[in-house]
Ligand binder design. Structure first.
Ligand code: NAD
Length: 353
């Protein structure tokens, strides 16, 4: 039952479908731009160069040093190149790391951004930027950070390795699950959350069996888009904050950390808001959302143990201390003992309580 709520849409133009990469030139012109700096990670440099060739004179350079957690020194190098070549817009092709670099540039110079999203992280539809300077990660939110145009071409995800597809897909599901019990939850975001989780639940097992299954890849990208919209629309809670704390303090990979912790953080919070999480339990056809997410992750062969990433029991104590010294809102408040038990289970790869 909804009485009053607020929903702020983050306006972005979205072009979806197989083969839509061919529309990049038209979309650059749609932005009123004609001199694009194309961004990528070193891994996707060839994709960026190919795209630069495709758009011809609309590309004035390629910068392919995007890195995880958006280091500010890399942003400064990219801005120097942006200025040197006289670029007037950004075309980012890749996942959250490349998109983060584009956002960091736009945050500083207001350049319009076109994103070709190739993972399921969802950053392309949020006005949020996480960046790192001197080892400290900070998060900012501003209208200039939100990309103006997003192209989702499932064909570009056929080569996303299965392991990365699985963890990235679980990262997307995490945005939607937390959206369901957000403090500022609302029926519009919740509707997208349920649809996004359902699409990924259908798609990921099929992607795992056949990574170039066009229909499954489209479904996964559609689901991750909706989950990303939820991330941009409402506030996150324990799960995202714990991933941020642990990932940042122990330099863990982003999507894997989300994948491992999700069933455990959800089981923790579910004790306080089982009703709000009942759509998730229904999607997975399990008695609880935590169990459904755990079984799903096991079935997908997702990483399950923090211990596999070099964390020690002493690190878990430190993580609990960091999380509880600087507490954040969660439907079930953060308490030292249950939180330590949660991390222990995630460390061992046990099923959630
Ligand atoms: P990523 O962008 O770091 O990509 C991982 C690797 O996969 C990279 O080397 C990339 O080049 C490669 N890759 C990407 N797509 C590929 C494809 N289709 N085929 C082959 N290789 C491909 O990973 P990510 O999980 O997408 O992003 C993680 C980063 O994004 C983190 O820094 C995280 O904090 C940030 N993030 C931000 C938001 C936000 O709203 N601000 C949301 C989610 C994630």
């Amino acid at each position: 039952m909804w009485e009053t709520f607020r929903y702020t849409g983050n306006a972005a133009r979205v072009i979806f479908g197989a083969g839509t990469l061919s529309q990049v030139s038209a979309e650059i012109r749609n932005l009123g731009a004609s001199r694009a700096l194309v961004l990528s990670t070193p891994n996707q440099r060839r994709d960026a160069e190919k795209l630069a060739v495709q758009i011809g004179e609309l590309a004035v350079g390629v910068f392919s040093n995007a890195a995880m957690h958006t280091p500010v020194d890399v942003t400064m190098q990219a801005i120097a190149q942006f200025d040197k070549v006289g670029a007037d817009c950004i075309v980012a092709i890749g996942g959250g790391s490349t998109i983060g670099l584009g956002k960091a540039i736009a945050y500083r110079n207001n350049a319009p951004q076109l994103v070709v999203a190739t993972t399921y992280a969802g950053s392309e539809v949020t006005p949020i930027l996480g960046q790192t300077e001197n080892g400290v990660k900070t998060t900012v939110r501003a209208p200039s950070i939100l990309p103006e145009t997003v192209i989702y071409d499932p064909e570009l995800t056929y080569g996303l390795p299965v392991a990365m597809s699985v963890t990235s897909g679980l990262n997307a599901i995490a945005h939607a699950v937390e959206g369901l019990y957000a403090q500022d939850r609302n029926p519009v975001a919740s509707m997208m959350a349920v649809e996004g989780i359902s699409a990924l639940k259908r798609a990921l097992p099929a992607v795992r069996l056949k990574p170039d299954d066009g229909a499954a890849r489209a479904d996964a990208l559609y689901g991750s888009w909706l989950c990303g919209v939820v991330l941009g629309a409402v506030g996150m809670a324990l799960h995202h904050k714990l991933c941020h704390t642990i990932g940042g303090s122990f330099d863990l990979p982003h999507a894997e950390t989300h994948a491992i912790l999700l069933p455990h953080t959800v089981a923790y919070t579910e004790k306080a808001v089982s009703q709000l999480l009942s759509p998730v339990a229904a999607i997975f056809n399990t008695p609880t959302a935590g169990k459904g997410l755990h079984d799903f992750a096991v079935g997908l062969g997702a990483p399950l143990r923090l211990s596999d990433y070099g964390l020690t029991p002493a690190d878990l104590d430190k993580a609990v201390s960091l999380a509880t010294t600087n507490p954040y809102w969660n439907p079930r408040p953060l308490e030292t003992k249950p939180l330590r038990e949660l991390l222990q289970r995630a460390w061992e790869g046990a099923s959630p309580e």
